[in-house]
Design a protein around this ligand. Structure first.
Ligand code: PMP
Length: 438
């Protein structure tokens, strides 16, 4: 393993990175174990973000490592078009168990973005298969993040992402976001105000007619745009309205899936069952790229029994890759054997109190928490949006803690195996950083 600095960093065009700034002052990780990364200089870095929200069981879980090693020596690749391999079927059954048999089927992808585009295409094809080809409109939400595919950025609600690429999919509307600093500041769990924002769906229906609308997609908790938590009753209302109008409801659980809210999925937490769920990240504990779409039985039935009699013409070379399936099967075992969700529940209150203890520190204008995720919003520097929080990110890394920022919001999402001592370390350092931040 190469643990030294690369000879040159000029050729790798890094994703979602200020490439010039990074290359002048790089942060290079060379190994990881449990709650910590190690950087190229031998410093330990406490992982406050589970990588990119994707390592719920902690780094380098040996059971998952062993499962991947064993599979790679046995079956390096197998197509899942017109053939298959046992692990892909075993995993599908286990995922149906893990989600309490609320879904009938699972479709494999390689990432969250692919899961989102798959779910959107399934929604369009579902209505066609049932003889409702006019249902083509898709509805997302402001400040929603649904990955980087053309479908995902079209339903996504991040202005910067959308503006960079010109016209996107036609026939897309956006519900308003639910963030309300005036009414819901410093919320713990679901904020009180804003369930009525779901009724905006009625406005869109009135405008276009329900018979033109295929699906609504939302993140139950919007993660990448700064931890926006749905107001009490909002998701239930959205479910009711979608059902009333024959519109499919898709939950994008790429971040919230696999324990982030201390329940297996956010739909468990909020007790709202969508027609489809997208997931990725924690599915393999981040070790091998994989995403998935869970569909209710009626979605699959429409293709099998519908008047059009079509199968879904869609899939990826690496759908259900053997290494990904092996990693995901082992991850589900780790969740069970190591009682990962029990630990998340056990530390959740201590975590929440620690996050909210930052209230009153310089620049902090809001804190919001749910499960083991937190958003800490800072007042922006005039004319330099995002600069203050990015400064905190750089200082934190230099001080040995990994945090994530989006605009001027610090988002925290640690591995679910964290202990009180890690919480103390994380917030001790963060408090000092905030006190000394420009
Ligand atoms: N949906 C959501 C809600 C996400 O948070 C992300 C990634 N952060 C994605 C989709 C895209 O996933 P990926 O980066 O694996 O394509």
């Amino acid at each position: 393993m190469n643990e030294s600095r690369p000879a040159s960093m000029s050729s790798f065009w890094m994703p979602f990175t200020n490439n010039r700034d990074f290359k002048a002052n790089p942060r290079l990780l060379v190994s990881a174990e449990g709650m910590y990364y190690k950087d190229v200089d031998g410093n330990t870095v406490l992982d406050g973000t589970a990588g990119l929200w994707c390592v719920p069981c902690g780094h380098n879980q040996q059971k998952i490592v062993a499962a991947v090693r064993e599979m790679v020596g046995q079956l390096d690749f197998a197509p899942t078009f017109q053939m298959g391999h046992p692990a892909a079927f075993d995993l599908a059954e286990k995922l149906m168990d893990y989600t309490g048999h609320r879904f009938g089927h699972v479709f494999y992808t390689n990432s969250g973005s692919e899961a989102v585009d798959t779910a959107l295409k399934m929604a369009l094809a579902y209505h066609r298969a049932r003889g409702e080809a006019g249902r083509t409109r898709l509805i997302g939400r402001e400040r929603g993040y649904h990955g980087v595919g053309f479908g995902g950025i079209s339903v996504g609600g991040i202005g910067g992402n959308r503006r960079t690429f010109g016209p996107l999919l036609p026939g897309v509307d956006h519900l308003p976001h639910t963030h309300n600093l005036e009414k819901n500041a410093y919320s713990r769990g679901e904020p009180e105000h804003g369930a009525n924002l779901a009724d905006e769906l009625e406005r869109i229906v009135a405008l276009h007619d329900a018979s033109t609308i295929a699906a609504v997609i939302v993140e139950p908790v919007a993660g990448s745009t700064g931890v926006l938590i749905p107001p009490k009753g909002y998701l239930k209302r959205l479910r009711e309205l979608c059902t009333k109008h024959g519109i499919l409801l898709i939950f994008d659980e790429v971040i919230t899936g696999f324990g982030r809210l201390t329940t297996p999925f956010a739909f468990d937490y909020f007790d709202v069952i969508p027609d489809m769920v997208t997931c990725a990240k924690g599915l393999t504990n981040g070790m091998v790229p994989m995403g998935a779409v869970f569909t209710q039985q009626h979605i699959h039935d429409a293709f099998m029994d519908g008047p059009a009699g079509i199968e879904l013409f869609h899939g990826y070379t690496y759908s259900g890759h053997p290494l990904a399936c092996a990693a995901a099967l082992a991850t589900l075992e780790v969740f069970e054997e190591q009682k990962i969700l029990d630990n998340a529940k056990a530390v959740q209150e201590y975590w929440t109190d620690a996050v909210h203890s930052l209230k009153g520190l310089p620049h902090v204008i809001d804190i919001r928490t749910i499960g083991l995720v937190a958003g800490i919003e800072l007042a922006p520097i005039d004319g330099k949006p995002g600069a203050r929080a990015f400064g905190a990110f750089k200082k934190a890394f230099a001080d040995g803690v990994l945090i994530r920022t989006t605009g001027d919001i610090i988002a925290l999402s640690p591995p679910l195996v964290l202990e009180k001592k890690h919480i103390d370390e994380l917030f001790g350092k963060l408090a000092t950083i905030l006190k000394n931040l420009d």
